[in-house]
Every structure is written in C-alpha cells, then in structure tokens.
Design a protein around this ligand. Structure first.
Ligand SMILES: NC(=O)C1=CN([C@@H]2O[C@H](COP(=O)(O)OP(=O)(O)OC[C@H]3O[C@@H](n4cnc5c(N)ncnc54)[C@H](OP(=O)(O)O)[C@@H]3O)[C@@H](O)[C@H]2O)C=CC1
Ligand SMILES: CC[C@](O)(C(C)=O)C(=O)O
Ligand SMILES: [Mg+2]
Ligand SMILES: [Mg+2]
Length: 334
C-alpha cells in the first residue's frame, strides 16, 4: 500500500461542498485559512475580538464569534493554543456542534490526553503540518508546501479520511507528502521532536556553542555567526539533500571534525536523556506538568522566557540582523 500521498492521489469533492470554520488565526490559523481559500474552499474564521480578528479582517475574511463559526460550519478546525482549547471547546464549540459535523486539530494533544472528548456523533480527525505555520503559508505562496500527518479518531460519516486528505490538499501539504498516523503517534512524536531536537535540543546546542566560544574570550559576533547564523545555511543543505549533501558542500576538514567530534558532543548520554524525555511524553507526565503550569498562570514559563530573551546571543543577534535586512522575515507578528 502507498504510504505517502500526493495531490494526484486525493479526491477533494467531499470537502468542496462543505464550509470550514478556522478557529484561531495565529501561526497555523492564518496559514490554513488563506491556503484553503486560495485552494477554492469555503472558509469562515471564528475568533474573539482582538489582534487576530483585525488581521483576519485585513486579509479579507468575515470574522465571527467562535460559537457562530461552529454553528455555520460543517468542519471545525481548532487552531487555538493547546492550553486554551479545552475551555473554548467547552464554552463555544461543543454546544454548537451538529451530528455529522467534523472537528479537527493540527496537533493531537487534547484528544490524546483526554482533555477534549468530542460527542460520539461527529467525525474527529487531525491534519498536522510538520512545520511552523508561517512556513505553511510561505511555502504555499511559493508553489510548494509543508508535509503533514493526517489521522482519524472517529469516523461517523464514513468520509472522515477523505475530508482529512482534502483538507491536507487545501493547505498545500499534499504538494510535499501526506502520511497517515494516529493521534497517539502524532502527539508523542511531535512533543518529543520539538523538545529533544527541533526547539529544545537545537536552541540548547546553539547556546552551549556560543557560550563555549565567548567564555573562551572570542568575540560574541564571531560566536553568533558561527553557532547561530550559519545553522540555517547548513540545515538548508541537509533539507535539500540530506547529510550527504551537506557533507559534500563543507570542507573535508569540517567533515572529519563532524565524524570525530560530533559523537563526543551528542553521545550515548544525550540519547539516554532523549529516552527520558520520550518516556515523560508517553506517560503523560509532560502533559500534566504543562496543564498545571497554565493553571498556575505560567510562573516558570514566564520567568524562563524573560531570562532567555536576555541571553547575550539574543542581544548580539538583534544588532547583527539589523545590518542584514534580507535575513528578516515577518514571522514574529502573530
Ligand atoms: N505553531 C505551529 O507552527 C504549529 C502549531 N500546531 C498546533 O496548532 C494549534 C494552534 O497553534 P498556533 O498556531 O501556534 O497558535 P497561536 O498561538 O499562533 O494562535 C492562537 C490563535 O488563537 C486565538 N485565540 C486565543 N484564545 C482565543 C479564544 N479564547 N477565543 C478565540 N480565539 C482565541 C488567538 O487570537 P488572539 O490574537 O485574539 O489572541 C490566535 O489567533 C495548536 O494545536 C498547535 O499545537 C501544529 C503544528 C505547528
Ligand atoms: C517544532 C514545533 C512545532 O511542533 C511545529 C512548528 O511543528 C510546534 O508545536 O509549534
Ligand atoms: Mg510539530
Ligand atoms: Mg508541536
């Protein structure tokens, strides 16, 4: 059986006759709403009054309340922050879902950890892009796309899988590849990936490299270019052609250093820590901690965030990026 699906494999009629409510207009929300509309789907945006409402209206959407959007729609895509979804679901989504509607997510957190339990008479699916929302939008505009996972938790209409696939086509994901998953697999792999590799692992690696160089007396600007700026250039080569492609472009000296020193930095001990992270995700310990942190109004999150924003790598980075206007992309306006 074919595992990765592309546009040619997907029938979209089933979604073309439906109205899609995009609830939330942040990183993912704006990308889904704009891409779906440009792919020919009927989209309404559900929001509270505020900054996102203004942005969605500037983008030409009629913005209505979440409750009204759910009432009008056949398919409701929940693109609120994970930690706010349960409250909005209980207050505005659940009371307005009709039998035969579909409720959808871009990440399985609240379904998998049973924070949201939809009624038995609606379809429940996910379409989870494997990339930041602003890149879901940017790549779509460039004629490309970000791959996505899709999964069906509940199929009462018999069409949930086709609707999910058509949705993935609408946001541009099928240009890059769409792969079936479960809510469990998506949730656990996504949380692990962002913590251990993509966000937590990478930012810790960058900071540790920067600190090692500056503590040894090297200029912070040199350390910034070496340990942060160049990461994108190296990762672009990996993205385009794998590790071999990156190693083709770098010097043989760098490649030898990669082979002999890389495994000393990221080693068996690192992998053991990764396994701990994965175990905490799988057991629900991480989810419980994040839910409690939000219930307490995020004391640790806010303290660490303030500290991180003052790290010397951020100070020197701001100064250097001012002098490289081509580097700046408007992703920080959500
Ligand atoms: N960020 C990403 O790239 C990825 C995110 N996901 C998933 O997508 C989902 C959305 O995340 P993300 O796009 O980061 O979210 P954002 O934080 O970027 O956006 C949240 C949106 O929800 C709105 N909102 C917040 N509270 C309410 C409310 N009470 N009523 C109505 N609207 C509200 C905000 O509007 P306002 O301006 O009014 O606050 C904003 O438009 C999550 O499930 C996440 O895990 C999945 C893959 C990648
Ligand atoms: C890597 C972080 C992410 O999982 C994503 C952009 O895919 C997220 O939750 O934002
Ligand atoms: Mg992710
Ligand atoms: Mg995530």
């Amino acid at each position: 059986m074919q595992k990765v699906l592309y546009e040619k494999d997907i029938q979209t009629e089933v979604l073309r006759e439906k109205k899609i409510a995009i609830v939330g207009y942040g990183s993912q929300g704006h990308a889904h709403a704009l891409n779906l509309r440009e792919s020919g789907y009927d989209v309404v945006v559900g929001l509270r009054p505020g900054k996102s409402q203004q942005k969605a209206e500037e983008d030409g959407f009629t913005v209505i309340s979440v409750a009204d959007a759910v009432r009008e729609a056949d398919v409701v895509m929940v693109l609120l922050p994970d930690e706010l979804q349960t409250a909005v679901y209980n207050e505005s989504i659940k009371p307005n879902l009709q039998p035969g509607n579909a409720i959808a997510f871009a990440h399985g957190f609240n379904i998998h950890f049973s924070q949201i339990v939809p009624p038995a008479d609606v379809d429940v699916f996910l379409v989870a892009p494997k990339g930041p929302g602003h890149l879901v939008r940017r790549t779509y505009e460039e004629g490309a796309g970000v791959p996505a996972l899709y999964g069906v938790q509940q199929d009462v209409t018999g069409n949930a899988k086709q609707i999910a696939l058509a949705y993935a086509q609408g946001i541009g994901a099928a240009r890059a590849g769409v792969l079936e998953t479960s809510f469990q697999e998506e949730t656990e792999t996504d949380l692990f990936g962002e913590q251990a590799v993509l966000c937590g692992g990478l930012s810790s690696l960058i900071k540790a490299g920067f600190e090692t160089l500056t503590e040894a007396g090297y200029q912070p600007e040199v350390a910034y270019f070496e340990c942060l700026h160049e990461v994108k250039l190296i990762v672009d080569l990996i993205y385009e052609g794998g590790l071999e492609n990156m190693r083709y472009s770098i010097s043989d000296t760098a490649q030898w250093g990669d082979f002999v020193s890389g495994p000393r930095v990221v080693n068996d001990e690192t992998k053991a820590r990764m396994k701990e992270v994965l175990a905490e995700v799988q057991s629900g310990e991480f989810a419980k901690g994040w839910i409690l942190e939000n219930q307490a109004n995020r004391p640790k999150y806010n303290a660490i965030n303030a500290q991180e924003n003052q790290h010397p790598i951020e100070t020197v980075g701001k100064e250097l990026r001012e002098l490289m206007p081509f580097v700046k992309q408007p992703v920080n306006n959500k």
